[in-house]
Design a binder for this molecule. Structure first.
Ligand SMILES: [Zn+2]
Ligand SMILES: [Zn+2]
Length: 361
């Protein structure tokens, strides 16, 4: 029997999110229905509702979620009802050219559920990042539901599904931060702070947080930043050089995604340093650099998609680091809210007042 549940839906471009009753189909082959317990509010949800990602309205928002498996479809052998899972928006297919070459984090054919969830009148819902978890129940491909230790509270564990994984992975996977490295992170929201935490866990010697907001810099210190730079009144590149004996950092992470922060990250690197771009730029953003500087400064520029993560490998590991007291996921949870407060949470998020508002269902 299909489920009728409450969900937060963006009906049309720019319209406030509203709570509607939706229909969640029974799981088909290779699919599972998950009873969502908690789901974080991410900037990407706001981008969907503003029409910046697609025009597949109405959208079911929400994609940073943890919950328990409610029902499994045919052929699902590694999950059963009651399993505690974190949802992923990457579920490698195992068959595309990247998966076959042993690089499933670049999968071109990530799995999602085949049949859509709908409004009561049958209108199909687009689902944010192939998930849609601001709902009491949601339908996903089995590979999107990653089993983790149920001792982790869902408000914290769900955040691994997007922002925390993106930031942590930008530092640890894409950036390859290791013992003794110096790292700068520009933009200290949820993704930037997770990059700081990841860099610290992997043995970085110096982790410099750069932001224009002193409140965010204070929070960054809680995640392990050893130094902070407020770039509102200071040249960030000069400040980072001054903190690194005039050299610059080994790895500069742009967690903002604007031309000016990209340029700062590019020039605050040491000789042959690495720039990791994890902040998602807008479609109009352009960058112009002297090609001679690209050549003569050496190193590399890499973008980090979802922290180059492999959810089945990384989610349980991050949850364990949380449970061992190494990764403070609770510090990302600024507030817990109800399903009908998503729109209000967008306003709070825009003001930069929170790292994450988390809907508890
Ligand atoms: Zn693939
Ligand atoms: Zn997200």
């Amino acid at each position: 029997m299909p489920y009728q549940v409450r969900a937060a839906v963006a009906a049309e471009k720019g319209a406030p999110v509203e709570v509607r009753t939706i229909v969640v189909p029974d799981p088909g082959p290779g699919e599972v229905v998950v009873a969502v317990q908690a789901c974080g509010v991410c900037h990407t949800d706001l981008h969907y509702r503003e029409g910046a990602i697609g025009d597949g309205f109405p959208y079911l928002l929400g994609h940073e979620a943890a919950g328990t498996v409610e029902a499994v479809g045919d052929g699902v052998t590694d999950l059963e009802p009651g399993d505690y899972v974190v949802l992923a928006w990457r579920a490698p297919c195992g068959a595309c050219r990247s998966c076959r070459r042993g690089r499933p984090w670049y999968c071109f054919d990530s799995r999602t559920a085949a049949s859509p969830m709908t409004l009561l009148d049958g209108t199909p819902l687009g689902n944010a990042l192939g998930i849609g978890a601001f709902a009491e129940k949601t339908l996903v491909a089995a590979g999107q539901a990653v089993r983790v230790d149920p001792a982790a509270r869902p408000e914290a564990a769900g955040l691994i599904g997007c922002g925390v994984m993106a930031g942590y992975g930008a530092a640890v996977h894409t950036g390859g931060v290791g013992r003794g490295d110096s790292v700068a992170v520009i933009g200290c929201g949820g993704v930037g702070d997770a990059a700081i935490a990841g860099a610290c866990l992997n043995g970085a010697m110096k982790v410099i947080a750069v932001d224009v907001d002193d409140r965010k810099l204070d929070r960054a210190e809680r995640f392990g930043a050893t130094h902070t730079v407020n770039s509102r009144g200071t040249d960030a590149v000069e400040a980072v050089r001054a903190l690194t004996d005039g050299h610059g950092v080994d790895i500069a992470i742009d967690a903002v995604g604007r031309p000016e922060t990209f340029r700062q990250a590019f020039y605050m690197r040491d000789h042959a340093g690495l720039l990791v771009q994890v902040g998602v730029p807008g479609p109009e953003a352009r960058i112009e650099l002297p090609l001679l500087d690209v050549f003569s400064r050496g190193g590399a520029v890499k973008s980090s998609w979802y922290g180059d993560c492999l959810p089945s490998r990384d989610f349980p590991f991050l949850v364990d680091q949380y449970l061992y007291g190494l990764l403070d996921l609770n510090a990302f949870v600024s507030e817990t809210i109800a399903l009908d407060q998503v729109e209000a949470a967008f306003t709070t998020m825009r003001r930069g007042e929170v790292l994450r508002s988390v809907v508890v269902l």
